[in-house]
Design a protein around this ligand. Structure first.
Ligand code: 5RP
Length: 236
């Protein structure tokens, strides 16, 4: 374990390390995005370098692709891999049903495509990501740049009929400019506070023209590996 980690980084590291033990030579592995997923990619890079682990990695963002390549992990596209044995990724929130909010890093579109094309998705998270009800973390919607303000209005009107507490939406910014995803889109963050029916919300949001994908992952995650600041790990 790297020395001098804060409790939160230690929690992320131990969950990532434990999940990386599920990876075996010959596997095609989806590589998630975010600070926890970056620990997992580093753990796999160590095994590639020191233990002769041979895998094909499918990154879920340009950031993860650059990191994996820098560590000597063979990187292929999803279309080259076709189907994956396993995806390991972080999350912003998860509940008792293993439903997730993802996209805090703006990569949930590729993350959802990759996780859905995998036999198994393992989520790695520190214990603070566990919630009774999803929604305290803003729900990201990836929207196309064309007419995004109209899309935002449509989203707000649609939220009036949904089982949520808050209904404010905000265009995600990167300094003075709108944040741009790897697919060239923007992100609307929905401040909902509480999502009463994640499955229904996910279906309804994805029906709005201009919305490419929302950050709710329903029936996709199989296992959550939870890390604690004292180094304990639980597999749920
Ligand atoms: C990126 C994601 C990340 O997995 C999520 O934001 C968690 O990130 P971190 O591990 O840094 O807390 O969904 O789009």
């Amino acid at each position: 374990m790297p020395a001098e980690l804060s409790p939160i980084e230690k929690a992320k590291f131990v969950s990532a390390k434990r999940a990386s033990d599920f990876v075996e030579t010959g596997m095609r592995v989806g590589l998630g995005t975010g600070s926890t997923a970056a620990w997992m990619v580093r753990c796999l890079g160590e095994r590639v370098k020191n233990d002769g682990l041979k895998i094909k990695g499918v990154p879920t963002s340009s950031r993860t692709a650059a990191l994996a390549q820098s560590l000597g992990i063979e990187v292929v596209t999803l279309d080259e891999a076709k189907w994956l044995d396993l995806t390991i990724d972080g999350a912003d929130e998860y509940d008792a049903d293993l439903s997730l909010i993802k996209g805090g890093g703006g990569a949930h579109l590729q993350e959802k495509v990759v996780a859905t094309a995998s036999d198994r998705m393992i989520v790695i998270a520190d214990a603070a990501k566990k919630v009774d009800t999803l929604g305290a973390f803003p729900l990201p919607l990836e929207v196309i740049p064309f007419g995004w303000q109209t899309t935002k209005t449509l989203v707000e009107e649609t939220l009036v009929g949904m089982d949520v507490l808050g209904r404010t939406t905000a265009l995600r910014m990167n300094g003075d400019a709108p944040f741009v995803t790897d697919e060239g889109n923007h992100i609307l963050d929905l401040h909902l506070e509480r999502i009463g029916n994640p499955r229904q919300l996910s279906l309804v949001m994805n029906q709005i023209p201009g919305v490419v994908e929302n950050g709710l992952f329903i029936d996709i995650c199989d296992v959550v590996v939870v890390g604690h600041g004292d180094g304990r790990v639980e597999v749920t």
